[in-house]
Design a binder for this molecule. Sequence first.
Ligand code: NAD
Length: 439
Amino acid sequence: MPHPTSEQPADVVARLRATFRTGRTKPTAWRTAQLRRLRAMLTENDAALVAALHEDLGKSAYEAFRTEIDFTLREIDHTLDHLDAWLRPEPAPVPPHLGEATAWAQYDPLGVVLVIAPWNYPAQLLLAPMVGALAAGNAVVAKPSELAPATSAALAGLLPRYLDNDAVAVVEGGVPETTALLAERFDHIFYTGNGTVGRIVMTAAARHLTPVTLELGGKSPVFVDRDTDPAAVAERLAAGKFLNAGQTCVAPDYVLTDPETARALEPALIRAVEALYGSDPAASESYGRIVNERHFDRLAALLGSGRPVTGGGSDRATKYIAPTVLADVDPGAPVMQEEIFGPVLPIVTVRDLDEAIAFINDREKPLALYAFTGSDTTRRRLASETSSGGLGFGLPLAHLTVPDLPFGGVGESGMGNYHGRYSIETFSHRKAVLDKPLG
Ligand code: NAD
């Protein structure tokens, strides 16, 4: 039975901790049962979730399935397929001075973990970390984003109908509710969102010596080499950038390329945007909207940077910002100061690869770096001479859909990672065990 929503954070955590102490969440059977229930929740209520995502972000059904529902289902299935193998204790060779003994490392659940999600993929970014936390045998407090209220309400209604309510709780709310939760002692906090709040989360966690995973953002650059086909590059670049109206943590933030390639990219990007959303993206069912007025105003103020190549239009009443490409953008322009997190793509020109690498390394470490190039040397140099959460050649965003790759940032773009077996690492303690017989 779902528990009353009036329950205070301290009571929620105490209740879940009491369940954890009984050992109920530890057997693999409990974990896989929760994952199957989560799977059923998604497949039996996909229409309600699609409607909520449309209400919050104008997401098309295609995008909602691809990036939220199906994405999470794949994470569940991959985990169900491999969980036994991932949880297997790892034997360690025993050195001669210990004589006859055995040693191994085993994965222990941490206890009660808190998952705090953002609004941009409000279902995926709450549920995918939960998959890992449950698979690792933890009790979970899930805090959806108040800025995607329809999805938050849908998940708060659905999760208790499917999961073990003594071990999983959803707490809805904004800053006051999250602040109250953060005063409690958790065994791990998994936060996805911006770095300012990331610092608040980490400060609160420090009081209890609670480990954190911070999935943050940043300006993810795209280097375009002169040896590439502009039409092919533009097609993939536009698809990655304008998905969810640019409100994707790993979206290409800006393009770095030489002046000649930039000129060739401009008409190709105009055509690519038109191929995706037609000549009037405002009328396209495939194109999303900005989450709220605050973000709309922030983005509208960036449209004046550089020279508009395509887009530039906006409508506050419907929170529409056209897919926009800006050329000849000065690195000092407003659009180059903060993560854009919207459908605005600036092109900044550099002389060559050396200057591009210096440009990237002069700034904070991004969540993703992308490059389009036909050169192995360029690929090798970017891989070894820059630091980013992930690195994608030839296809933006896609690295995070490879289930056996860790997903996470570095430096200002975050700490820790998850997905697949990396979620088990994140949500478990790897315990060292030595067994030396007497005698
Ligand atoms: P948001 O405003 O929804 O905030 C995220 C969560 O933090 C919410 O649950 C919110 O309730 C909580 N929160 C907000 N203010 C708080 C406070 N003062 N104290 C405690 N909790 C608080 O989302 P956002 O931060 O605007 O999300 C966008 C950012 O997230 C971007 O920087 C983006 O790059 C990043 N992001 C990263 C990833 C990733 O996987 N690395 C994914 C999506 C988004």
